[in-house]
Design a protein around this ligand. Structure first.
Ligand code: ADP
Ligand code: MG
Length: 263
């Protein structure tokens, strides 16, 4: 897939082309087996179609989110497997990088984004991949959301999809809170306290702990999984994120031993 910035009738826009189905199917299958095996619905990966089907999903999700009052791009044009989208400004990722380690600045940006996610959830919305590179923050501080080519509701309930959003978000934020995970966990737990059902689904990621201990002997990356879980266990939410993150990397490294341990 390719995303290209362009100027259309004097305004910035993005042309998004959806490539055919990708090569992650196998990794996604393993993750799905783990999520099902441990009964952590929020971690189940949604199907990841390519081409026209991905475009259809994104166009539908943009319309739904827009109707829910969430700031998302407008569809300016479309082809068989492309969408032309209005520009929402700089990404949150770019702003975090520009903050260059300034903790007060990072916390202010992060808190605004957390509020925007919680506000959208309160309207019944969900995102799917709210990572810093898929969130925008313009000059006036408005928070927007992009990148919707998969739909978690195909494989989970709304509270699970909202839990998944928080897991994804925390996962994406972890590197900006290296050594300050408590500060991030505090901000997250403040909003999640208001949604006990969602928090409970997110909390199920804690089940990965026993699993990680079982595979602790498998080698360096497996020990790393167990270690991340044990070290950050004190916080309520973040732990699973770290685990999920490590697990992802690990799957992408192709350590398929994991499969054998599952059954
Ligand atoms: N509407 C938009 N407004 C601002 N930036 C955008 C927009 N669409 C895409 N981008 C930029 O392009 C990148 C990739 O677009 P995205 O929709 O996330 O596709 P991908 O599926 O390749 O991640 C984003 O991270 C962002 O930097
Ligand atoms: Mg993206």
């Amino acid at each position: 897939m390719g995303v290209e910035s362009m100027v259309v009738a004097g305004r910035d826009a993005w042309l998004k082309a959806y490539a055919d189905g990708d090569s992650r199917q196998f990794g996604l299958g393993i993750l799905d087996a783990i999520a099902r095996g441990l009964d952590i619905g929020a971690l189940r990966p949604p199907p990841h179609p390519g081409g026209g089907e991905a475009k259809q999903i994104e166009a539908r999700r943009l319309a739904e989110l827009g109707a829910q009052g969430v700031r998302v791009p407008r569809v300016l044009g479309e082809g068989a497997s492309t969408l032309l989208l209005s520009n929402l400004g700089d990404t949150f990722a770019a702003q975090l990088r520009a903050a260059d380690g300034d903790a007060a600045r990072i916390d202010a940006l992060t808190s605004a984004v957390i509020d925007a996610i919680a506000d959208a959830h309160a309207r019944g919305a969900y995102f799917g991949q709210p990572l810093p590179r898929n969130i925008t923050l313009d000059e006036s501080g408005r928070v927007g959301f992009i990148d919707f080519e998969e739909d978690p509701l195909e494989v989970m309930s709304l509270p699970q999809a909202q839990a998944r959003d928080w897991l994804m978000f925390a996962f994406g934020m972890a590197k900006y809170y290296d050594g300050r995970t408590d500060a991030l966990a505090d901000m997250l737990s403040r909003v999640m306290r208001r949604e006990p059902e969602v928090a409970a689904h997110a909390g199920r990621v804690g089940r990965l702990k026993g699993f990680a201990q079982r595979i602790g002997w498998l080698g360096r990356s497996a020990r790393h999984v167990a270690h991340s879980i044990l070290v950050v266990r004190a916080a309520t939410l973040l732990p699973m994120l770290l685990v999920a993150a490590v697990l992802w990397d690990w799957l992408e490294d192709g350590e398929i031993e994991l499969l054998r341990m599952m059954f």
